[in-house]
Design a protein around this ligand. Structure first.
Ligand SMILES: [Zn+2]
Length: 87
């Protein structure tokens, strides 16, 4: 038989402290948990793009964040509008 007791345990964990727009440098501080994003945090989008092998970027993954303004400017700069899934 095992008897159990409740103990308080402290863990260290890496969390996002700030998000910086790679285009303009605008910065937001994160205040909540990853499941409790504030309104300002929702204005940023994170991208992770991996290029295939044989490509001149040969399997490299580019990761970056853009604020909403810079994201919109990037989209507006496309000759053909992207496909948008409003799911
Ligand atoms: Zn920006």
């Amino acid at each position: 038989m095992k008897k159990f007791k409740i103990i308080k345990e402290t863990i260290e964990k890496e969390v996002v402290e700030k998000t910086i727009c790679n285009k303009c440098g605008d910065t937001i501080n994160h205040t909540g948990t990853e499941f409790d994003r504030n309104e300002q945090e929702e204005e940023f989008a994170s991208f992770s793009i991996t290029f295939g092998y044989g490509n001149k970027r040969d399997g490299n993954t580019y990761s970056f964040d853009l604020c909403d303004i810079c994201f919109q400017k990037m989209v507006d700069g496309l000759k053909i509008a992207p496909t948008i899934d409003e799911g």
